[in-house]
Design a protein around this ligand. Structure first.
Ligand code: ATP
Ligand code: MG
Length: 588
């Protein structure tokens, strides 16, 4: 979709009406604990709608435009149809107490029918019909009419379809008007007029705002005259890279794999690691579901790696974080694939045992000819399904999906019981990561987080012992060890190694808090933060500091207190290449 020069996730073109181009924010929302992942473009601007932040001060104007990396867990089961993805790019323009319905609608229409030359014949729109709390959106109806749309092209709908937000429990929200092309929703224009509280009451906002969201992939589909998102140039090369034939169930499997690997690459590049909680669990589900569909297609071991490489190649120019995190992304995917591939078959065997208990001795994947099993609801103890996750790594949602494919559904209790067992398990692993059970239950991703923070301490220690000229040249972290490259042109003496080790261990013993602050790249540099790479001018970055000892620009995640790391030990110091030394270290 070359139309958008989405360099660094910012939109060109919008600027001409005085919008400030803003880069995409991370998929992991900053300063917003109400949502797990970024689901829409407006999220990074929430506080400008509520008036808590001043757009003039931050942007010099009251309007912005962005291409936002978005992720919708709620759509995971729809992936495979023509129009739904988990990860997608959302084009948006935003007004904070500036232009409102008239301009927003006119410009949207002009863009679709004027700039993209899509025939108005192919379009219809929807508006909010009103309910007991919010009146019908007569103003938008009048504006659409003034643009030449007839009554039958202006459909009215209620809360479920034409009222947006808030994201999370509370926040800005309001009526929407949507543009459909060939019967598919392409663009949602939200008029933020209210603030919704957790008890669902609405209060008018002091200033009115506009928030629009248009999926780039869906737009590509209509512009390129394709039947599905997966046939556009945003997916075609990736789909081609997955060996398959075009029979129906393979098509769905291929789409799921393509979507999930794309989503995984972007999640990892924003600092998400597979785990049992939160965003980490979403990533784990994506990767494991993709691996399972890979097995269905009979794909070779490690088939995800070339696909991840393909995704990075396709998006490297627009999203520099993909190249910066390249090694991490590939390592994380490979580890997850190696770990899960080994146990997946075993997990499925146990599922088959449960199935046979209910249905009798048949193999659900090789039903006798002519035999169809469907619609059976059976009672399975949720703890059993959780046990399959714990022992064989099969996420409960995936077990459920596999069973459904065999014609059996769990009853309502099953998933509830499973969730209960899961929560208990998550609490335990959280306690473990907080260092309360030393050497206890911490899983792979929690280990890598420890190494991540240890790397920051080590860089600071190296700079203290060897001099400020030392800078990081690369790092590679697995749950077992840290590999760290830095600029320095001679071999470290045993004394220097010991000094660095001691310094890091002292900081661990002091159990210092790890603090995160957000600021612009320039502010971070001015504050003396180290950082292995250059960011774009004006870009907001996270800075992690550990007392006055370490200050680094970094995407995270990190432990909360250094005491969680354990004992730090350098096991090797060697030359990596000219002027670059390499350290291997472990924590115990
Ligand atoms: P739908 O009802 O089709 O799921 P939605 O109402 O959830 O769409 P919005 O929340 O209004 O969509 O999001 C704004 C725009 O983002 C949509 O008009 C569409 O272009 C795009 N979009 C939303 N969800 C997805 C998705 N899962 N995959 C790809 N694009 C999406
Ligand atoms: Mg939706």
């Amino acid at each position: 979709m070359e139309f958008f020069s989405a360099k660094g996730g910012s939109a060109s073109g919008g600027e001409k009406r005085g919008h400030k181009i803003m880069p995409s924010s991370s998929l992991l929302p900053k300063d917003d604990s109400s949502v797990l992942l970024t689901t829409a473009g407006m999220q990074q601007f929430k506080l400008y709608y509520t008036g808590e932040k001043d757009p003039i001060k931050d942007f010099g104007c009251r309007r912005t435009v962005s291409i936002q990396k978005s992720f919708r867990t709620s759509d995971i089961d729809s992936v495979g149809d023509e129009t739904h993805l988990t990860f997608f790019e959302m084009l948006g323009n935003f007004s904070f107490g500036d232009y409102f319905k008239e301009d927003a609608i006119k410009w949207a229409w002009e863009f679709i029918t004027g700039e993209l030359k899509i025939s108005p014949e192919r379009c219809y729109v929807s508006v909010f019909e009103g309910d007991s709390d919010v009146p019908e959106d007569k103003e938008s109806i009048a504006i659409w009419k003034s643009l030449g749309l007839s009554d039958d092209k202006i459909k009215k709908a209620g809360r479920d379809d034409n009222f947006w937000g808030p994201t999370g429990d509370e926040g800005p929200c309001g009526p929407t008007t949507e543009i459909y092309i060939n019967g598919i929703e392409i663009w949602n224009i939200v008029f933020n007029e209210y603030y919704q509280y957790p008890d669902k009451t609405l209060k008018p906002l002091k200033q009115k705002g506009v928030d629009t969201g248009m999926g780039l992939e869906r737009l590509a589909m209509v512009v390129q005259n394709k039947r599905t998102i997966f046939e556009t140039d945003l997916f075609e090369p990736l789909i081609q890279a997955i060996p398959h034939s075009d029979v129906e169930n393979e098509t769905r499997a291929v789409r799921i794999i393509a979507d999930h690997i794309r989503g995984s690459v972007f999640l990892i590049s924003d600092g998400v690691l597979p785990s049992n909680i939160g965003a980490g669990y979403i990533l784990r589900r994506l990767l494991r579901r993709a691996i399972r569909y890979g097995k269905v297609l009979g794909l070779e071991k490690n088939f995800l790696i070339p696909l991840a490489q393909k995704v990075m190649e396709m998006y490297k120019e627009s999203y520099s974080e993909l190249s910066i995190k390249r090694e991490d992304i590939l390592t994380v995917i490979q580890k997850e694939e190696e770990k899960f591939s080994k146990t997946l078959e075993e997990g499925i065997k146990v599922l088959k045992k449960i199935y046979n208990r209910a249905i009798g001795g048949i193999d659900p994947e090789n039903l006798p000819k002519g035999m169809i099993i469907s619609g059976n609801v059976i009672r399975i103890n949720g703890a059993e399904i959780f046990h399959i996750y714990e022992s064989y790594g099969l996420p409960p949602e995936l077990s459920q999906e596999i069973m459904t494919g065999w014609g059996i559904s769990f009853d309502e209790q099953t998933m509830k019981e499973c969730e209960k067992a899961f929560k208990k398990h998550q609490e335990l692993s959280r306690t473990a990561s907080a260092g309360m059970f030393k050497g206890g239950l911490a899983d792979a991703s929690e280990e890598t987080i420890k190494y991540h923070t240890a790397a920051h301490l080590m860089l600071a220690a190296l700079r203290q012992v060897l001099g400020e000229q030392v800078s990081q040249k690369g790092s590679n972290i697995t749950p077992e060890r840290l590999r760290f490259d830095f600029s320095y042109n001679q071999k470290m003496t045993p004394e220097e190694i010991k000094q660095v080790e001691d310094l890091v261990n002292d900081k661990i013993k002091e159990d210092l808090p790890v603090k995160m602050e957000e600021m612009t790249f320039e502010e971070a540099k001015a504050a003396g933060a180290t950082g292995a790479f250059e960011s774009k001018y004006g870009e907001r970055v996270k800075v992690y500091s550990i007392n006055n000892f370490s200050k680094e620009i970094c995407g995270g995640p990190h432990v909360k207190h250094t005491g969680e790391i354990g004992k730090f030990k350098i096991i090797k110091e060697e030359s990596s290449s000219a002027g670059i030394r390499r350290i291997k270290a472990i924590v115990e």
